[in-house]
Every structure is written in structure tokens, then in C-alpha cells.
Design a protein around this ligand. Structure first.
Ligand code: F3S
Length: 447
């Protein structure tokens, strides 16, 4: 792989040992991918903190023996981080050698969702010891300049890359949104590569960073209206199941639909498509920025195959996503996958106003910290809590594997969550509209 002078200087240690390890990781990663060079990154969204009991034990072992903190390469005195440097080297940089913590990220960087909500540790299965360890690692990330948005939908809290920006993002639902809706360019990265990109400002110039892999090879003709968030979620599940990791172009939405797809609709479409398939980029003719026309989306080449999405396909997808549901009693309703926007919280609050969650059921809604704070300021949070529901942040039931004790039957307005929760927790899942889900929470039954 060809490195420029700046890449080589970072690799040779000019900017310290952590940056050198990061560049070494990118060189190995790029070579494995077959990338010819690295490209400048405009924005990074990844995972930087330590949130698991295993990481805590790892840090304590290194801090106790001094094999990590005190002897870190590049460190002149015993580190105050008590093993966090060892965790950072091992888990964030894939480095066998402990290195001193870096001083600053090189590009705007944000932290995505966590494995639990530090404000609701009991509900999301975190011990006080893990929460205390996590808070130290969050402080460390913030010293590096990492913005703790703690959400799977960073584009809802002000992180909105411009068209054509090169990114290094994790989280499948965010990656597909960035590529398809914003027209930015990212592959689905991991913890190590996002950390390396944050420290160097570089990522392998491969896959969806290039023009040719962004062109559609498959086509879909839509023959049914796509009006509601539910419609878009079901369509995304059908679409991803077919195209898997290929890029498709969808035509016919404008002709058959009166409601132009907005953020929640496109968010749910992409999240569903990246659950049933590995979709990282799609094109909607007349809607998304690289598909003003069909020819633009394909680059003028003939499509390999075109399929039709119609009322029959929609009905079959609805049946499939509800396949695990059999009991009508609902123990738990989860909303906010991907994390709810402020507009979705307002809608939920309006549906809950003057009602109570049933004594035998529970309603948890997930969002970003920043959106929760806005909901609190508006009085939306008070309405939600007055109904007996809970608003959580930073995680979700699938990420934290946490549901109310004894849960056997759940109701969801997210196809993505309906795909994962039965597989992860062995529960039955009903999928429907937000209104149906809130009715289920307040009556304890799926109608
Ligand atoms: Fe977000 Fe969890 Fe869904 S992290 S996209 S709410 S599975």
C-alpha cells in the first residue's frame, strides 16, 4: 500500500507510540483489504470507552502489576489511568504492547451507543463497579476530544456529514444512513479501525470510498404505497433479504407514494435492510443524493436483475416478522430502535397523554442523551413518565440484552428489533405501528 510522507512519519513514531500503533493497524488492515492507499477522514463515529466486566478486570490486572500503566511505552511516569492505557492499547488499537494514551483525536470524533445506560444500570444489567469503571473511561475519552453522543443515530444529534465526506463509522443503521441519505462515504468499520482513524485522520481508500462500488447493480420497482414508518420498515426487511451486501436502486416510490420519506422512514428502512442483509448503501430514484435519475444510480450500466415489491410481498414480510408472536398478552413494549428522534418522542407522549401503562406490562423508550434533555425541557419526558413509562439512553434491549424481569412477549415498532430480540433473548415479538405498541403497553395485550 502506498503511504504518503505524513503517513510514513506517523508510522515511524513522529506523533508518539499510540499514533504509530494506529498507523500500523491501518497499514495491515488496508493491505488485507487490497487498498492501494489511505484517504483523509472528515468524521469518526466509533466506540472508545470500556464498558464490560472483562475490560475492568483487564485494567485492574495491569494496574496492579504495573505491567501496563507504569511501564507503558512513551510514558515517563506512572499513569493516573490505572490500566486504562492497557485497555486502550489492547482493545482499541489491537496492540500487544501497552502504549501511553494519546493526547488528542485528530478529526471530529463521536462515541456511539454503549452496552448499558449508566443512568439505569439496574434495568440494563450493569453492576456499580462496571458503571464506576465506565465513568473513568468516559472521562478519558472526553479528554481525547471524543464527543459522547452515546447513540446509534448520531445524525439526529448534529453529526451530519456533508455530501462526499469520507467517514469512518461503526453501527450498521448509521452507516447505511450516512452513505444513502447523506451521500457521505464510509464502510462499516470496527472498534479498532475507528480508533486508528480518529488518531491518524486516515482510513483505507477502499469499498464505498470509491466511485465504482457505489453504483447499483440490482433494481426494485415499487408497486405499493410506502406511506408510514411501518411501511418503510417492512420494505427494508424485504429489500435487505434480497440484495444482501449488493447495492440496489429503488424506483417507483415517487409515483406510488404521497408522503415523501423523512428521517424516521429512511432511518427505519435502512436499519431493517441492514438487519436482513448487509446493506450499507441504497439509492432511491428522485430522493437520495446519488440517484437523481436511474442512470445516475447505475452509472449507465444495465442492472443484473430487477424485482417488484408489491402488496403480496408486503403481506408476506409482515407475516414473517411476526412469526414468533403467538400469545396476545404483552409483557414489555420497547420503542426507539434506532434511537427515537425528538419528533418521535413527541408522538409517543401524545399517544400516552392521560393514559397509564398496564400493571402487568412495561414500556421503555430509548433515545440519545441530548434528545432526552430536549424532551425534558419541553415537558415531553414528564408526560411519558406520568404514564408509567421509562425513557432510557445510551443503549437498547438488544445491545444490553436487558428487558424487564420475566418478559416472554414483547411488542415493537422496529423491524430491526423484531429481527434481533427473539434471536437474542428467546422472546416472542409482535411488530406494528407506534400507536399499536402504545395500545399494547396500556392494555397489556396485542390487539
Ligand atoms: Fe440502536 Fe439498538 Fe436498534 S443500538 S439501531 S436501538 S438495535
Amino acid at each position: 500500500m502506498k503511504l504518503d510522507d505524513n503517513d510514513q512519519a506517523m508510522l515511524d513514531g513522529r506523533d508518539g507510540p499510540a499514533v504509530a500503533r494506529a498507523m500500523d493497524l491501518l497499514v495491515r488492515y488496508g493491505a488485507a483489504l487490497g487498498a492501494e492507499s489511505l484517504v483523509d477522514v472528515h468524521n469518526v463515529c466509533g466506540t472508545f470507552t470500556a464498558t464490560t466486566p472483562f475490560m475492568r478486570d483487564f485494567a485492574m490486572a495491569h494496574a496492579a502489576t504495573g505491567s501496563g500503566a507504569g511501564s507503558a511505552e512513551g510514558s515517563t511516569e506512572r499513569s493516573p489511568e490505572h490500566g486504562l492505557d492497557a485497555v486502550f492499547a489492547e482493545f482499541n488499537l489491537d496492540s500487544d504492547t501497552v502504549v501511553a494514551l494519546p493526547t488528542r483525536t485528530r478529526v471530529p470524533t463521536a462515541h456511539l451507543q454503549l452496552g448499558f445506560d449508566p443512568a439505569h444500570p439496574v434495568e440494563t444489567g450493569a453492576t456499580p463497579q462496571v458503571v464506576e469503571f465506565y465513568r473513568r473511561s468516559e472521562a478519558m475519552a472526553q479528554r481525547l476530544g471524543v464527543r459522547m453522543v452515546a447513540t446509534c443515530a448520531p445524525y439526529q444529534v448534529g453529526i451530519e456529514p456533508a455530501f462526499g465526506d469520507h467517514l469512518a463509522w461503526m453501527e450498521s443503521s448509521a452507516v447505511v444512513y450516512a452513505n444513502s441519505v447523506l451521500g457521505a462515504r464510509t464502510n462499516t468499520e470496527g472498534r479498532e479501525s475507528t480508533n486508528a482513524a480518529a488518531l491518524t485522520g486516515r482510513i483505507p481508500n477502499w469499498g464505498l470510498h470509491l466511485d465504482a462500488p457505489r453504483r447499483a447493480t440490482l433494481g426494485v420497482q415499487v408497486r405499493v404505497p410506502l406511506e408510514t414508518v411501518e411501511d418503510w420498515g417492512l420494505f427494508g426487511y424485504w429489500y435487505g433479504d434480497w440484495v444482501q451486501e449488493r447495492v440496489g436502486v429503488i424506483d417507483g416510490v415517487v409515483a406510488h407514494t404521497t408522503t415523501r420519506p423523512d428521517l424516521p422512514r429512511l432511518k427505519h428502512f435502512g436499519a431493517a435492510a441492514s438487519s436482513s442483509g448487509g446493506v450499507e448503501l441504497y439509492h432511491l430514484v428522485g430522493i437520495t443524493p446519488e440517484a437523481h435519475t436511474l442512470a445516475q444510480a447505475t452509472g449507465g450500466r444495465a442492472l443484473d436483475e430487477v424485482r417488484t415489491y408489491d402488496a403480496t410481498a408486503r403481506a408476506a414480510t409482515h407475516e414473517r416478522i411476526n412469526a414468533t408472536g403467538s400469545e396476545r398478552r404483552v409483557d414489555y413494549v420497547m420503542l426507539g430502535c434506532p434511537h427515537y428522534s425528538l419528533a418521535q418522542l413527541r408522538e409517543a407522549a401524545a399517544l400516552l397523554d392521560g393514559r397509564r401503562v398496564h400493571a402487568d406490562s412495561a414500556l421503555w423508550i430509548f433515545t440519545a442523551r441530548q434528545i432526552r434533555d430536549a424532551a425534558r425541557a419541553e415537558g415531553v419526558l414528564a408526560t411519558i413518565e406520568a404514564a408509567g413509562a421509562k425513557l432510557l439512553t445510551d443503549t437498547c434491549s438488544a445491545m444490553s440484552r436487558a428487558v424487564p424481569p420475566g418478559t416472554r412477549v414483547v411488542a415493537l415498532d422496529s423491524v430491526k428489533q423484531a429481527h434481533y430480540l427473539p434471536a437474542i433473548l428467546g422472546v416472542q415479538a409482535w411488530f406494528g405501528t407506534t400507536s399499536q405498541c402504545i395500545d399494547a403497553a396500556c392494555t397489556g395485550r396485542w390487539a
